[in-house]
Design a protein around this ligand. Sequence first.
Ligand SMILES: NC(=O)c1ccc[n+]([C@@H]2O[C@H](COP(=O)([O-])OP(=O)(O)OC[C@H]3O[C@@H](n4cnc5c(N)ncnc54)[C@H](O)[C@@H]3O)[C@@H](O)[C@H]2O)c1
Length: 284
Amino acid sequence: MTATGESTATATGQRLQGKVALITGAARGLGRAIAQRFVDEGAEVIINDLNLAPARQTAGELGGHGLACDVSNSASVAAMFAQLQDITPRLDILVNNAGISGLEGDNTAQQRVQDMVDRLEQAAAGEPVETDTTTMELTDDEWHRMIGVHMNGTFFCCREALKIMNPQNGGNIINMGSIMGTFGRGGGTSYCAAKAGILGFTRALAHEVVTRNIRVNAIAPGWIHTDMTDPLAPMHPMLKAATPMGRLGDPDDIAWAAVYLASDEAKFMTGQTLSPNGGWYMSQ
Ligand SMILES: NC(=O)c1ccc[n+]([C@@H]2O[C@H](COP(=O)([O-])OP(=O)(O)OC[C@H]3O[C@@H](n4cnc5c(N)ncnc54)[C@H](O)[C@@H]3O)[C@@H](O)[C@H]2O)c1
């Protein structure tokens, strides 16, 4: 509102009018929900995912373009940005959302989740807690993959995006962190390290590009129900009980945060972490 009470907000449905947005890992989950809200707000969206078919399918459903690449692979990211520039000369918004939990394709995942539940129950009951062996059993490949997708992927995509955004003297980058980037959790050291790294990278990059009219922020979601958190189903009752709002979030709870950060309504926000988490973790 202005001093005279006149609203300066952009009308809903037009906040991202004329903007071009690339969202990584957007064939499903949080990325897809963000892409959907961006389209609703008038943006042209480019949907990245690991494989072309799901990226194209989501793009077709939402009305955008689908591009494939593994964001952890520097050459593939550069190739994807070359393809992107065949579609559009400009890029206004980059959302670095692609991510993994580390449980993908692990046939011991169910047992690992049950072990986590058992340890939480043992601790709650005041019983001796079994040793958590996650970190001592983590392989080099598993560690590198986690850091590669989240940290390296965020860096590789930002590096390419800045080659467009710096000369265009404007842009907006949103990096997907997690409450796990600040709240440590046993059994998730590589994930927590990757997400903490993304939050640090976000603040430093925000400083670096502020004079080029580029804002860089992070979102740190709480527990959101997606395919990624489905394997944690046995833990859901505990997670809900530990969340003051008493539920897991849904992807739209995160999509609205992304719309806000990407829009001019957040024009004084840079280097910040916005954390929709139902009160699970309270800060500042
Ligand atoms: N769901 C949650 O509770 C939660 C909480 C905090 C943060 N996050 C973060 O939000 C992001 C999205 O999570 P989600 O819950 O929607 O997960 P999801 O598994 O439903 O979706 C992730 C998408 O990323 C894609 N992807 C994975 N690796 C990729 C790669 N190397 N290159 C390109 N695409 C890749 C997957 O194919 C998938 O489509 C992730 O960064 C995740 O760490 C999720």
